[in-house]
Design a protein around this ligand. Structure first.
Ligand code: ARG
Length: 301
């Protein structure tokens, strides 16, 4: 079932399902070969000179190590894949696959991504191998267009739905296959701003009742649809999101929020709503267009 607008979700929400088993592990990939070697989003080039961003590799490694410590301190199991030479963006492990609850088999399963850009396509087989080794059922899409995994498709165990972004990196048609073949309920959201090219750059589920959004990134239908699912939508200011990647924050448990340090307004909003905030530095990864949420894939370990 696909919801493109609020009226279509109303019936489903009358009998909202009980929460599914939650995730407790994060899959990450070592930044050993991380750099900005090509530009496929607006952050990867210097806004003034247009040159590719220069990554400080030792700083990237330190930031990544510190992020992992925060994950562990919040009780998450951390599973790490090695970095791969020539695949610098493999560190953004949200993108290559998508864990979802398959109601017909009663377990979590995996759909592999089809990356929009050829530069990233070779990352996917490493994830296929990993999931098979872990014993998860792995599915290839029949749809031939683009689907960038958990960067755009966010399965919420609390809501029993997939929040599915489309536009820059994922085609809207893929959600028809997710709905028909895997019987997923999809709240389909058009991404309207090239600055926020993945759903996880402008939307983050913080708890069952609260999500953070960057309103300018959505259509009016999309905003109305999101309002059906959350009592509170914390609005992130546009410039603050661009500068601090607030929309890419991550709450593992509905109480703590891990985010790039520095954002004044959003941070105050989170604290005001009672969230415990853990600020981290992800500046080297922001040069490639990603931060906390997409440096990991949340899954049931
Ligand atoms: N350089 C990467 C790309 O453009 C960054 C990906 C960030 N991932 C995300 N889910 N926001 O593909």
């Amino acid at each position: 079932m696909i919801f493109d607008r609020a009226s279509q979700a109303a019936e489903f929400l009358k009998n909202a399902p009980t929460a599914l088993p939650h995730f407790n592990a994060v899959l990450v990939a070592e930044p050993s070969f991380f750099e900005v070697a090509y530009a496929i989003n607006p952050y990867m080039t210097d806004p003034k000179s247009g040159a590719l961003q220069q990554v400080n590799k030792s700083q990237a490694q330190e930031q990544w190590n510190a992020l992992l410590s925060v994950f562990r301190s919040l009780g998450l199991k951390v599973v790490s894949l090695p970095g791969i030479q020539g695949l610098p963006d493999i560190v953004f492990t949200a993108n290559q696959s998508f864990p979802f609850w398959n109601a017909s088999t009663g377990q979590y399963e995996i759909i592999l991504s089809k990356m929009r850009s050829p530069e990233r396509a070779q990352e996917v087989p490493f994830f296929e191998r990993f999931w098979k080794q872990q014993g998860f059922p792995v599915h290839q899409l029949e749809y031939s267009g683009a689907f960038e995994g958990n960067g755009d498709a966010i399965f919420s165990p609390e809501h029993g739905v997939v929040f599915g972004g489309f536009g820059p990196r994922t085609d809207q048609e893929v959600y028809e296959e997710l709905s028909e073949r895997f019987k997923l309920k999809v709240a389909r959201l058009k991404l309207c701003s090239s600055d926020f090219y993945h759903l996880d750059t402008c939307f983050s589920v913080l708890s069952r009742d609260v999500a953070a959004i960057q309103p300018q990134a959505f259509s009016s239908e999309g905003l109305a649809l999101l309002k059906c699912f959350f009592k509170t939508l914390i609005e992130i200011p546009y410039e603050e999101n661009k500068r601090f990647f607030c929309g890419n924050c991550f709450s593992p448990d509905g109480r703590h929020v891990i985010l790039q340090s520095g954002s004044p307004t959003f941070l105050a909003e989170l604290k005001g709503k009672g969230f415990q905030v853990r600020e981290v530095e992800t500046g080297e990864f922001m040069k490639s267009g990603g931060s906390v949420f997409c440096l990991k894939l949340f899954f049931p370990g």
